[in-house]
Design a protein around this ligand. Structure first.
Ligand code: TGC
Ligand code: FAD
Length: 396
């Protein structure tokens, strides 16, 4: 019988999940066991995004899962988080694809879009018939998107966009890009000059290029966007996105999902290391799990995973009650990704030489998590966001 992932629930948190939440997790876990695990090491090695899974993930309701209507699954935020957890147990790249489609493309259309934009794009994105990407980062502006140089110029009933975006997930496979740009004629120093646009990727002047040579997120497409005199009709402006704050609100959705996703990768590393430590024998024909230092590493992982589970579940419940602030989400993203990366390193250590091979998922998770630590606000930027919240003093 094929291996079925059992998860890790030291604190009996499953008892506080609803039947629906457990069902969503079971469905996603089965999907990952049956369709992701068998192919993902090969995809990672080949640097290939498993596009063949896109439609099936749409059928399972993964895209825009926590949005209501427009063919979206209407899940709670905790259910959505559990989907992200299970997907990232498979691979951070797959979770990234779903995160971007859901939190960074569908969420802004849902929240800031016109009724016409919602009807046109959301059902097709929910089914995976269309793919979206989110262009905020630029070659010169990553942690500080307010410095963006991409510009939008009003010309009659059109906007003309010029600029470069970099490190964009799904760039070269997207049908539509959510592009953030400053409106000419407004004060470029003010965050209220920022607007969001829906740009169909077949428009003249729009091009996308893959980033090659990544040693992380190899099963995910990452690229640059180039916009040269790209004309979009007025109707492509997201009417509710009237400042940088709108883009930052999208990031909250994605960061929340990442906080859950990181737990999935960490659990996979922990379970792999525990099983290996019980089986691998060194000195006196004893399993390495019998050595105190190995146990200390396993205990660290188990404790930190449990704390991360509590954190994300609580923030999820706050979010469902519309009480989650962006500072809560920053804490969850910062803590859980750091925790997962440390788990990957400890697990790799416990597996000794075997830990560096593709026979185990650990090295792949570790390399992926280096990106996850950087994107959606680096670990240190989240430190500064929290520091500002606690002290009232921005230290960027
Ligand atoms: P600042 O002056 O602090 O804020 C401007 C206004 O926005 C408010 N605000 C937020 N609102 C909602 N959510 C948030 N997270 C918010 N953060 C700030 C703020 O209160 C203010 O409101 P108001 O009413 O006073 O105008 O803005 P700043 O330009 O100084 O920015 C601060 C900073 C550093 C926190 C922000 O720039 C930042 O978060 N930088 C990190 C950039 C980042 O995370 N980029 C991610 C790009 S997308 C990506 O990586 C996708 S990866 C693929 C995947 O998800 O899988
Ligand atoms: P920088 O901002 O140059 O930071 C470099 C280092 O300096 C970091 O350690 C940082 O913490 C530190 N630093 C910066 N400022 C300060 C400060 N004030 N104080 C202390 N330390 C500081 N972006 C998108 O818009 N859409 C996407 O879909 C997307 N997908 C991505 C996919 C991948 C695989 C990756 C790697 C990135 C992706 N990004 C995307 C971009 C990502 O959001 C940025 O990489 C991230 O915001 C950091 O920006 P940067 O890489 O330019 O680093």
């Amino acid at each position: 019988m094929a291996f079925k992932f059992q998860g890790f629930d030291f604190l009996h948190l499953d008892a506080s999940l609803t039947e629906d939440e457990l069902l969503v997790r079971r469905t996603t876990r089965d999907f990952v066991d049956d369709h992701v695990i068998p192919i993902i090491e090969g995809c990672f090695r080949e640097g290939r995004f498993p596009r063949e899974l896109v439609t099936q993930m749409g059928e399972l309701g993964f895209y825009g899962a926590n949005l209501q209507g427009y063919d979206c699954a209407g899940m709670s935020n905790v259910e959505y988080g559990l989907v992200m957890q299970e997907l990232e147990r498979g691979d951070s790249g797959l979770r990234s694809f779903v995160s971007v489609q859901s939190a960074l493309v569908m969420y802004p259309i849902y929240t800031f879009g016109s009724e016409e934009q919602k009807s046109r794009w959301l059902p097709a994105l929910a089914r995976g018939e269309k793919i979206g990407c989110f262009g905020l980062t630029e070659p010169g502006f990553g942690s500080n998107p307010s410095g963006m140089t991409t510009r939008a110029r009003k010309s009659g009933d059109e906007y003309i966009l010029n600029g470069e975006k970099m490190w964009i997930t799904s760039a070269t496979i997207a049908d539509v890009a959510v592009v953030w740009a400053k409106l000419e004629g407004e004060d470029p120093e003010s965050s209220s000059s920022v607007r969001g646009f829906l740009v169909e990727t077949d428009r003249p002047g729009f091009s996308a290029q893959d980033v090659h040579g990544k040693w992380s997120l190899r099963a995910s497409v990452t690229g640059g966007l180039s916009l040269q005199e790209v004309r979009v009709p007025e109707a492509n402006l997201l009417p509710g996105a009237t400042s940088l704050k709108a883009a930052l609100m999208c990031l909250n959705q994605a960061r929340y999902g990442i906080s859950w996703g990181a737990i999935g990768a960490a659990m996979d590393c922990y379970v792999t290391a525990l099983n290996y430590a019980k089986m691998r024998k060194q000195f006196h024909d004893q399993p390495i799990a019998s050595h105190q230092i190995v146990q200390e590493k396993l205990v660290w992982m188990a404790s930190e995973i449990s704390k991360a589970q509590l954190l994300s579940l609580h923030v999820g419940r706050l979010k469902d009650a519309e009480k989650a602030g962006h500072q809560h989400i920053s804490m969850a993203k910062r803590n859980n990704v750091w925790m997962a990366l440390e788990c990957a390193r400890l697990a790799r250590d416990i597996l000794g030489a075997n830990g560096i091979t593709e026979d185990y998922p650990i090295m792949r998770h570790m390399m992926n998590l280096e990106s996850v630590k950087t994107y959606e606000g680096t670990h240190d930027i989240h430190t500064l966001i929290l520091g500002q919240h606690l002290t009232g003093i921005g230290a960027y």
